[in-house]
Design a protein around this ligand. Structure first.
Ligand SMILES: NC(=O)c1ccc[n+]([C@@H]2O[C@H](COP(=O)([O-])OP(=O)(O)OC[C@H]3O[C@@H](n4cnc5c(N)ncnc54)[C@H](OP(=O)(O)O)[C@@H]3O)[C@@H](O)[C@H]2O)c1
Length: 220
């Protein structure tokens, strides 16, 4: 049996952090849930234990400590909070997989605040130069996690990064959650992935889609 990986989720009380935690609790992972106010992750832990009493999940009072214990760190905070988190975990993130899920949307959700020659994921990589930053889960809505199959098809979850082994590890994690992992390219492909979710949000608003929506590449 494969060694159990430890995953720290920073921002585990949020829509995405809690959805990822609940989905990953179905797999063979040890989950460390961090948010500033530890009380806010207790309902998430309670929900996980109601479904799976033996799930290996605990609240952590410190992002640095959670990241130090982790093999994989998922940064599930808003884009504008990433710099602050990166400063806190920098010393303990070396050589670890750090998953960037952020979409750097502007306040009116009709554009990105990043310039076209970069992405939230690449900025996070600059802040954590010795970590293996992987883009994942930015093209899936929090609402998709409870049911990653839409219209009879597994939603695609795109992944980008520069380290082949880390990409495969994250693809396995995406698969555990129930999405169809699609390794899309190196970390610069995050620019496209972040724009894809901007487009999906815009289309959702324009055509009144609900938030249980996602991307699927159709092929033979
Ligand atoms: N929602 C989606 O469907 C979706 C889809 C794809 C990607 N994303 C990306 O996922 C990330 C999280 O989105 P979300 O919708 O889950 O947001 P959310 O529900 O607002 O949750 C944000 C989480 O980050 C924490 N947080 C907020 N500001 C912080 C700060 N300054 N320092 C440390 N922690 C902070 C929050 O803690 P508190 O509970 O204490 O406020 C909460 O745990 C964003 O980058 C977003 O672009 C979201």
């Amino acid at each position: 049996m494969k060694t159990k990986q430890t995953i720290a989720i920073i921002g585990a009380s949020g829509n995405m952090g809690s959805a990822i935690a609940k989905s990953l609790s179905k797999g063979n992972y040890r989950l460390l849930l961090y948010t500033e106010n530890t009380d806010k992750v207790q309902p998430v832990i309670k929900e996980i234990h109601a479904v799976n009493p033996s799930a290996d999940v605990e609240a952590m009072p410190c992002s640095m400590h959670a990241s130090w214990e982790a093999d994989i760190i998922i940064v599930a905070v808003p884009y504008n909070a990433e710099k602050n988190i990166a400063e806190k975990i920098k010393e303990v993130a070396n050589q670890k997989i750090v998953i960037s899920i952020a979409n750097p949307l502007n306040n009116t959700f009709n554009g990105l605040v990043t310039t076209p020659d970069t992405s939230a994921a690449e900025e996070l990589q600059q802040l954590l130069p010795h970590a293996k930053v992987i883009k994942a889960f930015n093209t899936t809505f929090a609402q998709d996690f409870a049911s990653p199959v839409i219209d009879g098809k597994k939603v695609d979850a795109f992944i980008a990064g520069n380290d082949e082994e880390a990409l495969e590890t994250v693809a396995a994690l995406v698969n555990t959650i129930g999405f169809n992992p699609v390794i899309a390219g190196d970390l610069s492909v995050s620019r496209t992935l972040e724009n894809m979710q901007l487009l999906l949000i815009q289309l959702g608003l324009k055509y009144n889609y609900n938030w249980h929506a996602g991307w699927k590449i159709l092929h033979n």
